[in-house]
Design a protein around this ligand. Structure first.
Ligand code: CP
Length: 305
């Protein structure tokens, strides 16, 4: 039985196979419409979500399976004091596979120790979000046709942004990527990632404070939201929330084939006017999330079309 807790749980070869499967699903949807007949996915979301939960549910439905679950901790027995381990042990009796989001780092890993069915980490605190990473990788491959030989800028909340942490780890295994980290000092990437990924692996990276000083060099710009829910102090959030706003004037010197990604939701960090620019990939990215989750469900359940 396989779980997906950390993006590094999958080898480069396994990621290639998953993305190939997602591409095939996109091209041949009907072929996959009954693959999960008789199977159930449980979505246990102890933290809010639109894309991840609904794309998991849509993915299972489009594979012919069924879904059950809860969308907030308030509507589960965790409010009565039930542990994550007990919740998962019980839900394992009702479902064939579980996608779990939890505000506490490591909760899906603890769940995987107790579960009798595959657990998918659908985001744990500021730690990891491996299925967003698969979504991002599918989007980069479909938009750029490669992972190697790129300059990628990560902009915004690089401290708490789990999608950033997971994608950096996943991309660290490809050749000749230059990482540009754009953030205020308070929201810089955590030291453990600098030491254990950038420095240990000898990767090329730089830290800057503005989009303007790097935009013309970027092949991909990965924007992120400053996350109110991760701040202990509201004054700090208010001070930092609008540090970066990507608008059309900011894109004046960008490459014609720049790909703008964002895991969404966005607040102010990308002006709505950018949505109509062909370089804005974030809504295509959200759609890719459904297809890559279909591929992941099939893979973890050992099913083929
Ligand atoms: N990208 C992402 O995880 O979005 P949700 O929080 O809406 O699931």
């Amino acid at each position: 039985m396989r779980h997906l807790i950390d993006p590094m749980d999958l080898s480069v070869e396994e990621i290639d196979k998953l993305l190939d499967l997602a591409d095939d699903i996109i091209a041949n949807k009907e072929k996959y419409s009954k693959v999960c007949e008789g199977k159930k996915l449980a979505t246990l979301f102890f933290e809010p979500s639109t894309r991840t939960r609904l794309s998991f549910e849509a993915a299972m439905m489009e594979l012919g399976g069924n879904v059950l679950g809860f969308s907030s901790a308030d509507s589960s027995s965790s409010t009565k004091g039930e542990s994550v381990g007990d919740t998962v042990k019980v839900v394992s009796c009702y479902a064939d596979i579980i996608a779990m989001r939890h505000p506490k780092e490591g909760a899906p890993f603890l769940a995987s120790l107790k579960s009798d069915v595959p657990i998918i980490n659908a985001g744990d605190g500021g730690h990891n979000h491996p299925t967003q990473t698969l979504t991002d990788l599918l989007t980069i491959r479909r938009e750029k046709g490669r992972f190697s030989n790129i300059t990628i800028g990560f902009c915004g909340d690089l401290k708490f942004g789990r999608t950033v942490h997971s994608l950096i780890k996943a991309l660290s295994r490809y050749e000749n990527i230059h990482f540009v980290m754009i953030s205020p000092e308070e929201l810089e990437i955590p030291e453990y990632l600098k030491e254990e990924v950038f420095e240990k692996k000898g990767l090329s990276y730089e830290q800057v404070r503005t989009i303007d000083e790097v935009i013309e060099r970027l092949d991909i710009l990965y924007m992120t939201r400053v996350q109110k829910e991760r701040f202990f102090n509201e004054a700090d959030y208010i001070r930092l929330k609008d540090t970066y706003i990507l608008d059309m004037p900011k894109l004046k010197n960008a490459k014609a084939d720049l790909s703008i990604l964002h895991p969404l939701p966005r607040v102010n960090e990308i002006a709505v006017e950018v949505d109509d620019d062909p370089r804005a990939c974030y809504f295509r990215q959200a759609l890719n999330g459904k297809y890559v989750r279909m591929a992941l469900i099939m893979t973890l359940l050992g099913l083929e079309a």
